[in-house]
Design a protein around this ligand. Structure first.
Ligand code: AHG
Ligand code: MN
Ligand code: MN
Ligand code: MN
Length: 332
């Protein structure tokens, strides 16, 4: 095939964020610096993910987190990378991590105006098999006159300033929204920069893929069972395809690009499902809505939920608008 010379007009995440900020009259540059810190953590984690098998980073750390999950070495390492980098940025007041029982309140010397909620390593069960994993984050701004308290992070996802994830797959893909659509960047390891490769991601209004852990079928409630029947045995004779990776980041990434529906419902065993509202539910719901899709618990918009606990869980259905509306109808 014809080999064109490489493109020289690249847009990096840094320059893209900077140019967006310059159009904002009252921007101080703080958010730009925070996003710089976040993208650096993603590069750092990506490097470790890729070398995990060589650096003895595979396997259990021997500890467990507040949700009772066994922590992997990479969970702990990624968490340390995030916390250190976010503190050093000088732009954060409160951090909430899946791996820390309590919120982290940043000392005065390093304190800034932003709060970051994050899942440092999503898809832990896939690490040792080399399957896609990721990092999920959401950013709130402290309320006026607040120095950073629990109330600054116990807020609905609709108040997020920024949401995003980085998926560590065949390449590292950073997908982010500051509330004006969704952009995707791919890490060019050669120059060490995230390059804009997926501008203005729009999720198709209907897909052909469903993504649920059907191993939980025994426990599913009736609306979910009936919905799944409807897409597996449709009257038009065109059933949906099943795709389930077991890393939310990877399943949501595919859903954003190809369309369809991802679900982790509540069931007879888990009253609120499995996924955590603050650092899994909200950021992904924010991105999906910004890309033109929907995210619901089945009966309620995820971004509207008022949280009461930083580690609370919530049922999740997200993806293409028409597909999510279908599952909502089964819940009526
Ligand atoms: P984490 O690895 O951060 O604890 O998250 C795991 C989550 C999420 O990535 C995924 O969608 C889900 O757990 C998979 O759960 P099952 O193994 O129960 O399907
Ligand atoms: Mn976990
Ligand atoms: Mn996770
Ligand atoms: Mn995790």
């Amino acid at each position: 095939f014809d080999q064109a010379p490489p493109k020289t007009e690249i847009i990096t995440l840094t320059s893209h964020v900077l140019s967006q900020q310059q159009r904002h009259p009252i921007a101080t540059g703080d958010l730009t610096l925070l996003l710089t810190a976040i993208q650096t953590t993603c590069k750092f984690i990506s490097t470790n993910v890729r070398r995990a098998g060589l650096l003895n980073l595979i396997g259990q750390a021997g500890s467990s987190n507040i949700q009772g999950e066994d922590q992997k070495k990479l969970d702990i390492l990624s968490n340390d990378i995030m916390i250190n980098s976010l503190r050093a940025s000088g732009k954060c007041a409160v951090l909430v991590s899946e791996e820390n029982e309590e919120p982290i309140f940043i000392d005065t010397a390093h304190r800034g105006r932003y709060c970051v909620v994050f899942d440092p390593l999503d898809g832990s069960s896939n690490i040792d098999a080399g399957v896609n994993i990721g990092t999920i984050f959401g950013v709130y701004k402290c309320r006026d006159d607040s120095e950073g308290t629990l109330e600054d992070v116990l807020r609905p996802g609709s108040e997020l300033q920024v949401a995003g994830y980085c998926m560590y797959g065949s390449s590292a893909n950073l997908v982010i929204s500051t509330g004006q659509g969704v952009n995707g960047y791919t890490l060019d390891n050669g120059i060490g920069e995230f390059i804009l490769t997926h501008p203005n991601i729009r999720i198709p209004s209907r897909g052909k893929i469903y993504s649920f852990n059907e191993g939980n079928s025994l426990f599913f409630h009736e609306p979910v069972t009936q919905y799944l029947e409807s897409i597996k045995f449709p009257s038009n004779g065109k059933p949906y395809s099943a795709r389930y990776i077991g890393s939310m980041v990877a399943d949501v990434h595919r859903t954003l690009l190809y369309g369809g529906i991802f679900g982790y419902p509540s069931d007879k065993k888990s009253k609120n499902g499995k996924l955590r509202l603050l650092y899994e539910g909200y950021p992904m719901a924010f991105l999906v809505e910004q890309a033109g899709g929907l995210a619901t618990t089945g009966t309620e918009r995820i971004l509207d939920i008022k949280p009461t606990d930083i580690h609370q869980r919530c049922p999740v259905f997200l993806g293409s608008k028409d597909d999510v509306e279908d599952v909502m109808r089964f819940h009526q």
